[in-house]
Design a protein around this ligand. Structure first.
Ligand code: LER
Ligand code: MN
Length: 272
């Protein structure tokens, strides 16, 4: 299918774990029936879903397009062992991602919930430098496997570091590697960005993937978040990448709310 900037045809994905089902195959089948085009694999659920997804990958109703999280340690930890562990586990995650036929790995650089040793919140330059030092070699490893490694800014309640799209875009510019980009997430952006469209336009071609969820992290549609201004900016910059529903919970029965959400996002995009 040829990809058009004007529509989300072929570009709308959903996280596997939020679609109910007794097996991966059933979850993916329901996602397809609800109107999605692809699957985002949650790296943290690899024990639960990894084997079945790998075994069935070419027979699933939809392709697995991306992987998010699922690495250990952090590239931004002051502990060198945690950084080395993160590097090794990312390379291993790249192998898994390539085996699935997916094209990117998404990585918020350091999360409070992971319990790794962290710098104090004001040590921004130190953590920037750690990313700038380590991302080129990881970009090479990703590129060898036909993948992208995408850094994701998350809101301040989840991380002391890298909370804005503009910060992440600055890191991508400094690293300047074709396989390193960023994932803006509308849930995090509504908390952190003063002007979402301006931030997206500033980040430009460093944007390689998009996450969406409502203000309360249910599927897009029933909440207060206005996706249109951000979608308009993405269309203006000719963004033709994937748009993922990365919600935590659903506002109702999947078979009812997911088709509505898929239609809603397609319409918001088309009319933006
Ligand atoms: C990951 O995509 C994300 O958005 C973070 O909130 C991780 O917990
Ligand atoms: Mn996200």
């Amino acid at each position: 299918m040829s990809v058009s900037v004007d529509s989300l045809d072929g570009r709308l994905t959903i996280r596997l774990e939020v679609v109910p089902g007794d097996s991966v195959a059933q979850r993916v089948e329901l996602a397809a029936r609800c109107g999605f085009d692809g699957i985002a694999f949650p790296g943290r659920f690899r024990k639960e879903f990894g084997e079945e997804t790998l075994a069935l990958k070419s027979r699933l109703s939809l392709p697995v397009e991306t992987v998010s999280l699922g690495f250990e340690g952090s590239l931004c930890s002051p502990d060198p062992q945690s950084r080395a562990l993160c590097f090794r586990s990312l390379v291993e995650l790249f192998d898994f991602t390539a085996a699935l036929g997916a094209k990117s790995v998404n990585m918020p650089p350091i999360l409070k919930q992971d319990g790794v040793a962290r710098f104090p919140a004001d040590a921004i330059a130190e953590q920037d430098q750690l990313l700038i030092d380590q991302l080129p070699a990881l970009g090479d490893e990703a590129e060898k496997r036909g993948l992208q490694l995408l850094i994701e800014p998350v809101n301040q309640s989840e991380s002391d570091y890298l909370n804005t799209v503009i910060h992440a875009a600055g890191i991508c510019e400094k690293v300047n590697h074709p396989a390193i980009g960023l994932t803006p997430d509308f849930f995090h952006m509504q908390k952190e960005e003063a002007d979402i469209p301006a931030s997206l336009i500033r980040a430009g071609s460093a944007i390689r993937h998009i996450h969406t969820a409502e203000h309360n992290r249910v599927e897009p549609g029933p909440g207060t978040l206005d996706f249109k201004p951000g979608f308009k900016a993405l269309k203006a910059m000719q963004y033709t990448g994937l748009v993922e529903v990365e919600c935590r919970t659903l506002s109702g029965e999947a078979a009812d709310v997911l088709p509505k959400s898929a239609n809603y996002l397609r319409e918001e995009w088309a009319n933006a």
